[in-house]
Write a protein of this length. Structure first.
Length: 229
């Protein structure tokens, strides 16, 4: 009965998402990258074709200028920077953020080969307790900063991943570039920063206050599709 209930809920959410998708992504847009201009500098993001629901949704929102003016409302040094809450556009100092969305969720597209290395773009979501099928928030995302790990660190992380073994190739990335391996298998990774990765560090270094909101606003000035180099 519980499994049947979860299946029905999952199908309902998927249907709700489909109803929100009258927007048809242009074929040419699938070969473009996203330029994210922030108050701390510019990043270029490449979306993954392995996660088409998240890819197309992000392209739709970028083309609708949804992200223009929004804040990175949650910043955790050596972990990640999070944005995409539509309520953050006009938020005043002290306002609690993180609960906004465009009104729908996206079915999970968790792929084991898309992992939380530094620069990974992933979808934010509500916790498993209320979201057992791990649907993503319709607009909120985070970009991984993380840190560099050694084998002992990674072994400890594995003990908290319910039997998941970190692939050797991923281990090498975590030991050199860094990332947040504790998030693997739990969130949908749907792209990565391919240019301006130092901007992640600049944003992650800002002073934060309550609920890890930056004391001074860090804003997405503009998000646009650009020709892939």
């Amino acid at each position: 009965m519980n499994k049947l209930f979860l299946l029905i809920v999952s199908l309902f959410i998927f249907s709700s998402f489909e109803e929100q998708r009258p927007y048809q992504v242009k074929k040419g847009d699938l070969n473009k990258d996203v330029e994210l201009v922030t108050s701390k500098g510019t990043m270029v993001i490449r979306l993954s074709d392995s996660t088409p629901l998240h890819r197309d949704n992000f392209i739709k929102l970028v083309n609708q200028h949804f992200y223009d003016g929004l804040l990175f409302h949650r910043v955790m040094s050596q972990f990640m920077i999070q944005g995409g809450d539509p309520k953050s556009k006009t938020a005043k100092a002290g306002d609690q953020l993180g609960g906004g969305s465009p009104g729908y969720t996206i079915p999970a597209e968790i792929k084991p080969y898309l992992f939380h290395k530094k620069g990974a773009l992933a979808a934010a979501r509500t916790p498993d307790e209320i979201n057992p099928t791990r649907e993503s928030n319709g607009s909120q995302f985070f970009i991984v900063q993380g840190r560099v790990y050694d084998d002992a660190d990674l072994n400890q992380v594995e003990t908290r991943l319910n039997g998941y073994k970190i692939p050797e190739a991923h281990r090498e990335v975590f030991k050199t570039i860094g990332g947040s391996p504790s998030l693997d298998t739990k969130y949908t990774v749907f792209g990565e920063v391919i240019k301006g990765i130092d901007i992640i560090d600049s944003i992650a270094a800002v002073p934060v206050g309550e609920r890890n909101r930056p004391v001074e606003d860090v804003r997405i000035i503009k998000a646009t599709l650009i020709k892939r180099q």
